[in-house]
Design a protein around this ligand. Structure first.
Ligand code: AMP
Ligand code: GLY
Length: 419
């Protein structure tokens, strides 16, 4: 039986651990650092996702057969390169390939060079030149810090004053660190997430899903890491899927080979269905969070075999999915995405899990004196599946209502647009 190490600790990693626990080949799962929910299915290892050398030593000492990486920071820190150099099998792109997420400028130039549809753009290092360009253009405009900024590097100013202040933050005051800014055309239309397994050359699609970025119902309030997700998406047609595969994902994988950094792992296309066709908003180099929590429960095939085929460059087995719908509600700490308290006891998890169509993925929890307590901004992702989105919605919401915690809130309108 195989030993697998999952690197990361949020809901996405819980969903990966859950999928691995259904594998007939996997005997033991470790997760670093994991969390209170993951601890029920894996042995948690007290190492952070960026402690690459320590993680390598752990994998060598414990005879780990395969490592699977959740978060982009570990990939951008070169974990795949370090593990590969030590002869360890790993699922996740090299540092060079992870640049598709860690540098917006790299991603935009890749798209321009290989004719992948995206918003018109210009990249600036100089504050005055950026400001002059923005002043000549129209509003709103999209300003993107070039490096990783934990989801806070994109600002869409509605006024020139706001644009000026943002450019000052990014280029003069180096709020996110020294870096360039991509100034981009503002696009409109529904957004969706398209994740694919990519083994370098071949691209294997997963179902598309939609995240809900705003904190409050009716798409109001500040942007978050995501407050819920669902799949499938009625507004994405078969033709759209074909276009996204042929014009976006396959050319991106081919472009990465041509650039000398073949992509191996999950390539995530953040796409928008605009009035003039599907366009790329961003690429990510890893599973999405919370999208993974609604997609992986639908996987029927053994995920260890899929990860292995990508890691080893061996033929991909047939990937089978349930035809079901899946929807998940994030329960977050009151105050999130701003400041929030921690350590509040969560009750009712067992009752919520009594329906076999429910899965609960822990995003930010810890164990304290035998209780599960809140320990992050996003705390739980409660997922329901069913034969329709309505059924998945009702199943998930019923489970959410069984969970008791004085410091949690959630959006009741997940999937509202399509129900
Ligand atoms: P990103 O980090 O690139 O995904 O950007 C964060 C969010 O900003 C996206 O999910 C979109 O909602 C929005 N956004 C980014 N680029 C554009 C664009 N060109 N036009 C309109 N909205 C955008
Ligand atoms: N849900 C957005 C992301 O994973 O980047």
């Amino acid at each position: 039986m195989k030993k697998v190490l999952v690197v990361g600790g949020g809901g996405r990693c819980h969903a990966i651990v859950d999928a691995l626990s259904r594998s007939s080949e996997v005997g033991k799962i470790y997760c670093a650092p994991g969390n209170a929910g993951i601890a029920a299915q894996a042995e948690c290892v007290p190492l952070k996702d960026t402690q690459v050398e320590e993680l390598k030593e752990f994998a060598l000492e414990n005879g780990i057969d395969l490592t699977v990486v959740g978060p982009e920071v570990a990939l951008a820190a070169g974990i795949a390169d370090v593990f590969s150099a030590a002869g360890l099998r790993i699922f996740g792109p090299s540092k060079a390939a992870a640049t598709i997420e860690s540098s917006k400028d790299f991603a935009k130039r890749l798209m321009a060079k290989y004719d992948i549809p995206t918003a018109a753009f210009e990249t600036f290092e100089d504050y005055d030149k950026a400001l002059e360009y923005v002043r000549k253009g129209s509003l709103p405009v999209v300003l993107k810090y070039d490096g990783l900024a934990a989801g806070k590097g994109v600002v869409i100013p509605e006024t020139f004053e706001e644009a000026e202040a943002t450019l000052k933050d990014m280029l003069l005051d180096d709020k996110f660190g020294k870096g360039k800014v991509v100034v981009e055309e503002f696009l409109t239309g529904p957004e969706f997430s398209f994740m694919c397994f990519v083994d370098g050359t071949e691209v294997y699609p997963m179902a598309v899903s939609q995240d809900h970025k705003r904190a409050y119902e009716g798409d109001k309030g500040p942007n978050t890491g995501g407050m819920g997700a669902y799949s499938p998406l009625p507004f994405v047609t078969d033709e759209d899927m074909e276009y996204a595969m042929e014009k976006v994902m396959k050319p991106a994988a081919a472009g990465m080979i041509a650039e000398g950094c073949p992509f191996k792992g999950v390539l995530y296309g953040g796409l928008m269905k605009t009035p003039s066709g599907i366009k790329v908003i961003e690429f990510n180099c890893r599973f999405g969070d919370p999208e993974t929590e609604v997609i992986l429960p639908l996987l029927e095939s053994d995920i260890y075999d899929i990860f292995s085929a990508v890691a080893d460059g061996t033929p991909m087995p047939e990937i089978r999915w349930k035809a079901d719908a899946s929807m998940g509600f994030v329960m977050a700490s009151k105050g999130y995405p701003g400041s929030y308290g921690k350590g509040f006891v969560i009750d009712g998890l067992e009752e919520a899990l009594s329906d076999p169509a429910v899965r609960i993925y822990h995003m930010g929890t810890a164990l304290k004196d035998g209780d599960v307590v809140t320990s992050g901004g996003r705390v739980l992702m409660v997922v329901g599946s069913g034969s329709s989105l309505r059924q998945a919605h009702d199943t998930a919401l019923k489970a959410v209502e069984k969970i008791r915690c004085e410091n949690l809130f959630y959006r009741r309108d997940i999937g509202g647009r399509v129900l």
